[in-house]
Write a protein that binds this ligand. Sequence first.
Ligand SMILES: [Mg+2]
Length: 179
Amino acid sequence: MKTEFLASIDNTWSLFLDRDGVINKRIVGGYVKTTAEMILLPQVAEAFSVFKQTFNHIFIVTNQQGIGKGLMTESDLQVVHAYMLQQIATPIDAIYYCPTLAAENSLMRKPNIGMALQAKKDFPDVDFSKSVMVGDSPSDMQFGLNAGMKTVYVKGEEDFDGADLQVDTLYEFARLLKK
Ligand SMILES: [Mg+2]
């Protein structure tokens, strides 16, 4: 693994986080449509408190095609996100989500980098060469690679060999930053 980048992370860096399977329990084959289904993974709130002390910006970038499928509405998602942020208890800069169907291949849908470009538009000091993408799917890692970011793979169901760092949990990545 290419973990040297960890030592160079400072408060000029940005953090991009996938949501499902990284921050909260992923619902296999389904979507988090209600606050009851938004269950944070262990020590996620502690991880965010470390990230806040380390990074300049923290973003969440999440594909939510449950909206495009008509299984939930954007306002359901807003309610779920407000609840999630309350549980995390650390302010972040923005949550970007892509509601469109995978088949539409939107620029905004990971692994395409539209959400990263939007973050840079909203926060011009974002530098992708000083950014880290954390995710639990190969398409998250591809998003990070496509944008020129460092990549951290939270081990999911599939193996992925191309990340700079592989961890079991988000908190494990936070713990490495504390050193
Ligand atoms: Mg995920």
